[in-house]
Design a protein around this ligand. Structure first.
Ligand code: CAO
Length: 569
């Protein structure tokens, strides 16, 4: 067993490129040519392959480190002693910056025009042995004014992505390629109308980006990206952050159809394409907003679970005014209401729009069933009135909702699936009891959360509820005060009504709706007696909960409410 150093191979004139991904960890068994790290310059990202097979004993680089040719990436315990070339060098991709005026003629030819300017053909420069590389981004469009060296397209192999620069300045007349096309060295990609044929120096600058030697024959994992003269950096890596982090448009940054070029390595891009994930909609969690493999996975999972919809999905039928075509429904009726009488059009409040979108998704995606029941709260109401009398001075008013929260916690403990969430094919059972309560506010519905309600008494819950409801009405709830609920209660008891179907607040799996208690004649076996009955409406997710469990939940809740001592059991 030999311990060998695996070093960064010749990556041309690139010096101090950043490590943006570490793809292996100590203890991993790696094969020759397996990618170890991803490095990035301002124009390309590339994966550095292992020059031998073995077990990773020590990593010598970490995220954010700068490396160059010869930097030690890791220590590898190799089965056989590696040769000197194996140890240190995955062979030279190319000289990246040597200017080659002669080569320019292969990349650009000109056709004089009558106006004195020339139509210049821009071709794919020497990209080494790479064949049939896919065009993954078009960075310019006809009519754009192009500078020499400005990136025109991005191409990508399975291990590297690179931007192809323009070898001429002028106005882009035509792009000869589209996304998905495969290109090779010498392929004609664009026509630029320049004032004249670019000077030899500008030609040289453009073509200086060209790797001059074969890459793939010796080191398929390392490509030579076009380098950029220091003065013409167009898409510095610091400028390529996720959309959320970088709202302003930096000149020269490549734009995708929907925004900024997503910052991701070739393998992540490939992975996203395989899953059909629109990278520009993924928020990167890596350095400088870089999108990682895990980010793509998480986005894909969120879309599958309905927690997130892509822009394409939204365009097809996400909003309330959507056509319904995506669901195969009739188009939404378009009516000129003013035809029938005076109208006033008002935009919906921000909260209504947000809660509306959530309710819509939950209603459509969760198979809801609602069980209705009545609980005898005659004795509990008497106790509530007494409690309020005794605590008059405290300023805390106890309503039925605080008792309901305690009663629900006790019932949730007995029926844990009601306090769970669906995560893919798993059920996540929570050992904490955070109860959300719907609050009616002038701006719309909000759901503040009483955290750890199991460890709080009815008086404390009442006080917290009062404070949170006030904050909700004043629009002062913090995100932390509205998140983390495991179960929700929606009480219309102060208003009226008998029963309703509350919509589950995903990712919760059930919700209790409560209406106004009324005196009812209840048969006790001998006679009808007047009892104060509280209408309960329990909606539950039929993927998680069965009807029998829901009926038992309601029965148990009813028993606790009719004799609150049971809350202690
Ligand atoms: N039966 C009979 N009376 C009830 C009752 C019930 N189930 N629940 C409350 N009441 C009474 C209270 O005792 C109080 O009576 P007093 O004025 O005599 O003291 C009165 O109704 C008003 O109560 P409240 O609404 O102020 O207090 P609450 O704790 O019951 O509710 C809150 C607080 C914030 C939840 C409530 O104000 C609210 O916003 N409810 C609306 C929730 C909602 O919109 N749900 C629908 C969501 S789906 O669209």
């Amino acid at each position: 067993m030999a311990l060998i150093e695996i070093k960064v191979p010749d990556i041309g004139d690139f010096a101090d490129v950043s490590v943006i991904e570490v793809l292996v960890k100590v203890g991993d068994t790696v094969k020759e040519e397996q990618s170890l790290i991803t490095v990035e310059s301002d124009k390309a990202s590339m994966e550095i392959p292992c020059s031998a097979s073995g077990v990773v004993k020590e990593l010598k680089v970490k995220l954010g480190d700068k490396v160059h040719e010869g930097s030690v990436v890791l220590m590898l315990e190799s089965g056989a002693a590696a040769s000197a070339s194996q140890v240190s060098v995955a062979p030279a991709p190319a000289a990246l910056t040597s200017s080659s005026p002669a080569a320019s003629s292969t990349n650009k030819s000109s056709i004089p025009t009558t106006s004195g300017s020339a139509l210049i053909e821009v071709k794919v420069p020497d990209i080494g042995d790479f064949k049939d590389v896919s065009v993954i981004e078009l960075l310019v469009k006809p009519g754009d004014t192009i500078a020499v060296d400005q990136s025109l397209i991005t191409i990508e192999s399975d291990k590297a992505s690179m931007e192809i620069p323009s070898s001429a300045a002028g106005v882009l007349k035509e792009l000869k390629v589209k996304i998905g096309d495969k290109v090779n060295i010498g392929d004609f990609i664009a026509v630029v109308q320049g004032q004249a044929i670019a000077s030899s120096s500008s030609v040289a600058a453009a073509v200086s980006n060209v790797p001059s030697a074969s890459l793939a024959s010796q080191s398929p994992a390392v490509s030579a990206p076009p380098s950029t003269p220091p003065s013409t950096s167009l898409s510095g890596s610091t400028g390529l952050q996720s959309t959320a982090q970088m709202p302003s448009h930096q000149p020269g940054n490549a734009l995708s159809a929907s925004g900024f070029v997503p910052h991701a390595s070739p393998s992540v891009r490939k992975f996203a394409r395989e899953l059909g994930v629109p990278l520009e909609e993924v928020k990167g969690s890596g350095i400088k907003g870089r999108i990682t493999h895990e980010d793509v996975q998480a986005f894909s999972r969120a879309v599958m679970q309905g927690a997130v919809s892509t822009k394409a999905q939204q365009a097809k039928g996400g909003g309330s005014s959507a056509s319904g075509a995506a669901l195969g429904l009739l188009a939404w009726p378009v009516v000129d209401f003013a035809k029938f009488g005076p109208i006033e059009r008002k935009p919906m409040s921000r909260i209504k729009k947000i809660s509306g979108a959530n309710l819509h998704r939950n209603w459509v995606m969760i198979p809801h069933v609602t069980n209705h029941d009545d609980a005898d709260i005659t004795d509990l109401e008497a106790f509530r009135v007494l409690t309020n009398k005794e605590n008059e001075k405290s300023g805390v008013k106890v309503t039925m909702l605080a008792f309901l929260i305690k009663a629900c916690v006790a019932t949730l403990k007995k029926f844990p699936e009601f306090n769970s969430s669906l995560d893919g094919e798993d059920l996540v059972y929570k050992s904490y009891y955070n109860i959300g309560f719907a609050a009616d506010t002038p701006n719309g519905l909000m759901v503040p959360v009483i955290k750890n309600a199991d460890s709080k008494g009815v008086l404390q819950i009442s006080q917290e509820m009062g404070e949170l409801a006030k904050k909700a009405r004043d629009g002062k709830l913090s995100p932390a005060e509205m998140t983390g609920a495991t179960f929700t209660i929606s009480s219309l008891g102060g208003i009226g009504g008998r029963y309703f179907n509350p919509i589950i607040n995903a990712p919760e799996v059930s919700i209790l709706g409560v209406c106004k208690s009324t005196m009812q004649p209840v048969w006790n076996g001998k006679e009808f007696v007047p009892r104060l009955m509280l209408p309960l409406s329990l909606s539950w997710d039929h993927r998680v909960i069965d009807g029998a469990a829901a009926a038992r939940f309601n029965a148990n809740l009813g028993q606790i409410l009719s004799d609150f001592r049971r809350v202690l059991l």
